[in-house]
Write a protein of this length. Structure first.
Length: 196
């Protein structure tokens, strides 16, 4: 183990720029901590710098409950989603400074709301639908990203929103999940919500 290894300044600058570009500046200091561990344990050996940095950013977002879309992070580092996820898992297993936990679905509702400028009323209803559905077991076997996206779509359908332009396709493209996932999940959520 090479304890004297330090993270090169250009690597730190790349991470700062990527975090800023992704809108996750709040985690850049934690990514720096992770990079110090990566360099001290030589965990970057055999991997491209882009894969290592992308994995570090994604792993930190996951650990800190900061919602990001894997394909967006992969695009930022010009790597594949598979490489990103593999690197993230590798770093989470081998560094001990981050806790591997899924991002809470509620965080994705906030992300969607911010990106699409959805009203507070619809976001509140999305959370309510999501909570009821979760309490009725609808969350089991679903990703937090897909579950939250379906909850926003569900709320949009049953709200009195005058803006009826939110489509499954638009949400699918934004959140990088399939329309069929949204369609199946929102129907189950509304079925659970109708029980109350």
């Amino acid at each position: 183990m090479n304890k004297s290894a330090t993270v090169p300044e250009h690597v730190l600058n790349s991470v700062e720029e990527a975090c800023e570009s992704l809108g996750v500046e709040e985690i850049s200091f934690r990514v720096r901590d992770l990079l110090n561990v990566i360099y001290s344990k030589s965990l970057y050996n055999g991997k491209s710098m882009e894969v290592t940095l992308g994995g570090a950013v994604f792993a930190t977002c996951r650990s800190e409950n900061v919602p990001v879309i894997p394909s967006v992070v992969a695009d930022e580092f010009e790597i594949t989603v598979k490489s990103l996820l593999n690197s993230s898992r590798y770093l989470l297993r081998n560094t001990e400074i981050l806790e591997d936990k899924p991002i809470e679905w509620q965080s994705f509702i906030e992300l969607i709301g911010g990106k699409l400028n959805i009203s507070e009323e619809v976001l509140k209803l999305s959370s309510e639908i999501g909570m009821v559905a979760e309490n009725n077991g609808v969350l089991a076997g679903r990703t937090p990203r897909g579950f939250a996206t379906a909850a926003v779509y569900s709320a949009f359908i049953i709200s009195d929103s005058t803006n009826r332009k939110l489509t499954q396709n638009k949400l699918s493209e934004l959140m990088d999940i399939s329309e069929s996932t949204i369609r199946k999940t929102y129907k189950e959520q509304l079925k659970a919500y109708d029980k109350i």
